[in-house]
Design a protein around this ligand. Sequence first.
Ligand code: HMG
Length: 389
Amino acid sequence: MKVGIDKMHFASSHLYVDMTELARARGAEPDKYLIGIGQAQMAVIPPSQDIVTLAANAAYPMLTQADIDAIDLLIVGTESGIDNSKASAIYVAHLLGLNRRCRTIEMKEACYAGTAGVQLAQEHVRVHPDKKALVIGADIARYGLNTPGEPTQGGGAVAMLISADPQVLALGTDSTLLSQDVMDFWRPLYRSEALVDGKYSSNIYVDYFQDVFKGYLSGTKTRAEDLTALVFHLPYTKMGLKALRSALPMVSETKQEAWVAHFECARKLNRQVGNLYTGSLYLSLLSQLLTDPELQAGNELGLFSYGSGAEGEFYTGIIQPDYLKGIDLGLPQRLARRRRVDVATYEKCFNQQLAWEATDQTIDYHTDPHRFVLIGQRDEQRQYLDQWA
Ligand code: HMG
């Protein structure tokens, strides 16, 4: 039985900052951000969006009533949690009108948790093929203004419906994992911005990729040459390029050229959004599927997921004949229609997130065009609004 991704949809902000402008404001050469980091634009998340609204906004456009009736598992992977006890997934299930008989949980392991969700969901569907699982990776990447990590911020959510007989990608059941205690990136409970050893984290990422990729090839019948393209978690798009380059000596010259060309498509949309932690690998998969003219049904993709701390996984999937029917076809146009804001506005948005304190707070959401918005906090409870209701 085939099980995998049946539908995929993305949501982020309607605002972005241009990386040339940000580089100039920080006294950096624009090419450092554009080429050295590999980012052209960065999503600016307004205070009216958090992981709950991003997740719900990502999922609702792709769900039919039949999907909602069949979903009995919702997993939100995130490292931008809004509560230490209650799962963001409960809020998301409510906003989406999901079935009450649904296992509804939040998962955490840095950027890796989205993949943990996908793998657990595929195992669930293999046992219950008449059911569907909704997996959403939702995050807001925050390092702080004027920090080395700043050009690798961003945010958004990717929602994936996992089902039997999927339209988009049939997932393999083999995978190779690596999980060890590494202090490359972390965020203590008292901080809203991550702590990171940037260069170390980038080196660990490549080491993890090499380990799980080689482990996968030696433990399965798959040869590197069989893989049409490699799709990576993209904290910044140069990171994926570095990992890809580390794998090129393993394949023929023709395959090397093909992999590099496919990668340019896989990073196209991530260049415009920035890091979205748990969703980054899956935005890159969407980018591959939406913008790669050489892709065909039957092609096998290799997927590398990495979460600091650190956990990595390599697995594969086969593109299905109807893949274009299951993906977010309007995404490139939506990104092109976003409003560019100047650096001062980006900084204001960055500092205006709901404060981590007990006071009642209101958020001006009136210019946010998204269906689900965060409008404030009352009696220590976050207040969400469906603007269509
Ligand atoms: P930095 O120190 O400001 O940058 O931080 P740099 O000096 O290393 O320069 C970056 C690159 O730009 C270099 O290229 C320069 O040569 C180049 P590289 O040597 O890396 O190939 N450069 C130029 N290129 C063209 N023209 C120029 C120019 N000037 C310089 N004029 C760093 C960079 C990525 C370390 C920083 O932004 C950072 O700390 N980011 C956050 C950490 C991160 O993203 N790590 C990635 C791996 S960990 C991961 O993926 C997990 C994560 O997503 C979290 C999670 O799991 O939850 C982060």
